[in-house]
Design a protein around this ligand. Structure first.
Ligand code: GLA
Length: 384
């Protein structure tokens, strides 16, 4: 939808009087480094050009109303009252949580009407929740007159909303990517220190293809929190032998020799080996070795499937079909897993053939229609 179309929708819901401001936040894709942000590892995500747009107009009272082109209903909160999580508020808990926490941080917000529109598939592992959180934070602070918003602060703040208000114990990767994304660049982020550097994503004759399995990420939240707890337990055991900053700092030898529980051993093996793969991926990308990069993607998926157990039938089926295509260098799931999206590196001239072939094979295998997006990396949250 264009800005003009969103404006027309806005006026239908909230009336015609007054000027609107527009803001945009991208979703994100993680190239490699999965489930290690909360273990102090390196991750390698980028912001997408797909994302969520918001149109907003100030009110002269303390009310805030949220609507979405993508979902029915208008939800109202009042800045004068305490705002708690409320399941009847559906998706609007995300922006309501942002407002609630901004209030408790002491920000003086103003009432507003807001309409969201997203072209990012929901619950598909492309961080629609981080996008709406960071977008709402950036928008309300901008509307309240904040001139220079610290983007690292904003990422940490949005993560706090997800952890404390929504109740998902996520790491920092998603909120960081959508706050600090840069066009055509991926971000190498050290999740222990939050040091980061941009790395131009130059795939030459190849394209980054995102494949949506269209399998909703059921149980993702509870399984996610369960994996985090398993990592914490493993770290606690390994620390019995001496100080270790985080699970990614353990060695594979320590994991194999000190952890006796097979589940904890497998989870930790994934974490430690995945961190090594990210470092290797940076090296091979710098030297333009895309074939090796593809191999690392495949190894990452295998580890997420066998050791971390977060892939599932649909993600395995789509990556298998993709990897079997001659124009594909490698594939892996991206995001939290349990459904959602995978990525592939595919020869640009063969992308159409790849989509047809993989789509057909995936449908024959699991009975779902996949969606494909050829993606560029885009800018972080901004006013439009
Ligand atoms: C979700 C979380 C992130 C990260 C990924 C897995 O997207 O929000 O913090 O842990 O899963 O890498």
């Amino acid at each position: 939808m264009t800005k003009t179309e969103i404006k027309a929708e806005f006026q239908k819901i909230y009336g015609k009087e007054g000027d609107l401001n527009f803001y945009f936040s991208p979703g994100r894709v993680n190239l490699i480094g999965e489930h290690i942000d909360y273990n102090g590892g390196f991750v390698f995500p980028g912001a997408l050009t797909l994302g969520i747009m918001a149109a907003t107009r100030k009110r002269n009272d303390s009310k805030i109303r949220f609507s979405s082109v993508n979902h029915p209903g208008t939800f109202e909160i009042d800045l004068k009252t305490t705002i708690n999580y409320d399941s009847s508020r559906n998706w609007s808990n995300y922006p309501a949580g942002v407002v609630s926490l901004l209030k408790s941080e002491g920000y003086n917000l103003v009432g507003a009407d807001v309409l969201f529109y997203g072209n990012l598939p929901d619950g598909a592992g492309l961080s629609s929740s981080a996008a709406i959180e960071v977008l709402t934070g950036f928008m309300f602070l901008s509307e309240a007159g904040e001139k220079s918003i610290d983007r690292v602060w904003l990422a940490k703040f949005a993560q706090k909303v997800e952890n404390q208000f929504i109740g998902v114990n996520c790491g920092i990767m998603d909120q960081f990517s959508v706050s600090l994304g840069k066009e055509n660049n991926a971000i190498l982020l050290n999740c222990q220190t939050l040091d980061y550097q941009y790395a131009p994503l130059d795939l030459g004759d190849y394209s980054l293809v995102i494949m949506n399995t269209n399998k909703r990420r059921e149980l993702a939240e509870s399984k996610y929190n369960e994996r985090r707890a398993e990592c914490e337990k493993s770290l606690e055991i390994l620390r019995g032998d001496g100080p270790i900053a985080d699970l990614c700092s353990a060695s594979l030898e320590q994991v194999e020799s000190k952890l006796t529980d097979p589940v904890l051993k497998a989870r930790s093996r994934h974490v430690v080996s995945e961190n090594q793969r990210v470092i290797k991926a940076m090296e091979v990308l710098k030297s333009g070795n895309l074939v090796e990069f593809g191999q690392l993607l495949k190894a990452s998926h295998k580890s997420l499937k066998e050791d971390y157990e977060v892939t599932g039938k649909e993600l395995d089926a789509i990556t298998n079909a993709a990897d079997a295509h001659p124009a594909c260098l490698g594939s892996r799931m991206t995001g939290a897993g349990f459904g959602g999206c995978a990525i592939s590196i595919v020869k640009t001239t063969d992308v159409q053939h790849f989509e047809n072939k993989v789509g057909t094979q995936y449908f024959e295998n699991v009975g779902l229609k996949a969606d494909f997006y050829v993606s560029r990396l885009g800018e972080g949250v901004h006013q439009q």
